[in-house]
Unconditional design. Sequence first.
Length: 202
Amino acid sequence: MYEKIISEILDKYPDLGKRRDTFFKALSLIKYPYHVVETGCIRDGTGWGVPILHGRQIAGDGVSTLIFAEFVSKINGFFWSVDILESSLLLASKLIKENLNSSMPYVSLWHMDSIDFLSSFTDTIDLLYLDSFDLEPGFVDEAQEHNLNEFKASENKLSNNCLILIDDYKQPLLGKAGKTLPYLKSLGYKVIMENYQILLSK
């Protein structure tokens, strides 16, 4: 339904690479009222060319924040992003306002622990994107446990057709999804697409 809009947004980020297909699929399948929740937002880093005003570019990770913000702004949805780092949220707010030339009426950024945020969340979720807690050497088990606990904290807020998208899946031990994926499958979730990310729904 929104394939043209989605393509135009994703085309702005040629470095998406292996993530592009799963982002496209997730956004093309999301159902009304188009509520998107992301854990872990854009941050300073390397590897991405993120366009902003006056022809400048900034290198950063997590352009999903900009993708989701623009998408919901075009289809009258709503987007929440949570991060434990205030610096990431300040950057996200700045880039969203500059890229969309908007005061962000469709976006809500939260500075708190993602599990606490999801536990207290009171709306419904149509697309849940889990991308917090980096897979650093020596912390894989903690990252996987955090990912699983994020899902469990959000479980009773998911719409019937909710999509679950997990980043950093094609890593040793299934990356961040190592503990979440078996749990999702035990609940009847099916894999829709998998490459660097994995997308599931019931």
